[in-house]
Design a binder for this molecule. Structure first.
Ligand SMILES: Nc1nc2c(ncn2[C@@H]2O[C@H](COP(=O)(O)OP(=O)(O)O)[C@@H](O)[C@H]2O)c(=O)[nH]1
Ligand SMILES: [Mg+2]
Length: 262
């Protein structure tokens, strides 16, 4: 079973394009069962009403936050719910709701998991991957973010660090949540930092990462971007400090954790 995890904040314009496309992909192309878990994170538009109307048509679990809690808490709740309702051989796919992450790339990600990886990242930077429709400043930001992450949290052979479009083994997510508990996502109020934090926590337990080609079609985005560059940059800096802090930083804690595959 594949679980699709979608964080949604004011995404009313995106669902009619995205949800039927996901349904069609699983039913007609992959022909494997899937289940959607969508978290409406205190949206002020009609996100919740639209999701409720889809509940009769699609295999869908809705999580609802009355207050906007941000991507970190939303991501935590999505993964905790997925771990609760899945079996160990299932796979979680975390996508954006904004219709820029095409389901057609999921097959390649699932294949990478079946090849023995714990996490498969949809990558713009491997053969067959690319990005379209990004403004110059977003391209530069993304390039700098990836260089930053590669410098401080290098993972051998990995090129794509900032994409939130990833596949995860269910049993590995269960281990990571059991290992860290409420600290699985510690940097909750810091925008998109949680996407990097998740990767760091998985690296600390010895997870194996792979990449599958992905074409980001940013020109398809209808909703406003929720990325706040200043907050996310601050989050990255805090993450580096917490990780390398000489007095009990995450790096020294990681040494005590039993590693997967060892
Ligand atoms: N739950 C929740 N989701 C958010 C929040 N901010 C962004 N998102 C979701 O996170 C994903 C990434 O945001 P998006 O605007 O697509 O970022 P961009 O593609 O990098 O410009 C989308 O699915 C958003 O709906 C938030 O405050 N709470
Ligand atoms: Mg997006």
């Amino acid at each position: 079973m594949i679980f699709i995890l979608l964080p949604a904040y004011n995404e009313e314009v995106s669902f009619d394009a995205l949800l039927p496309k996901i349904d069609n992909y699983f039913k007609n192309e992959l022909q494997i069962p899937y289940h959607l878990i969508i978290c409406d994170d205190g949206s002020t538009d009609s996100t919740l009403e639209i999701l409720k109307s889809y509940q009769e048509k699609l295999p869908l679990t809705i999580i609802h936050h009355k207050i906007n809690r941000g991507l970190g808490e939303t991501s935590r709740d999505l993964f905790e719910k997925a771990v609760e309702i899945s079996e160990k051989d299932d796979i979680f796919i975390r996508m954006d709701c904004d219709d820029t992450h095409e389901p057609e790339f999921i097959k390649g990600m699932i294949d990478k998991i079946h090849e023995g990886n714990d996490v498969a990242i949809a990558s713009r930077f491997v053969e067959g991957g690319s990005q379209e429709g990004l403004e110059g400043y977003r391209k530069i930001l993304s390039l700098l973010a990836n260089k930053f992450m590669k410098l401080f949290f290098p993972i051998k052979g990995l090129k794509e660090y900032s994409s939130g479009f990833r596949a995860y083994r269910a049993d590995v997510m269960k281990i990571v949540i059991n290992t860290y508990g409420n600290n699985f996502i510690q940097l909750k109020g810091l925008g998109f930092t949680c996407t990097l934090e998740k990767m760091v926590k998985l690296k600390m337990i010895g997870a194996k990462f792979g990449e599958a080609p992905f074409v980001l079609r940013y020109q398809k985005k209808m909703s406003d971007s929720k990325m706040v560059a200043s907050v996310t940059t601050l989050g990255y800096i805090i993450l580096v400090i917490l990780y390398y802090w000489p007095f009990g930083g995450w790096r020294s804690q990681a040494k005590k954790i039993t590693k997967l595959h060892s």
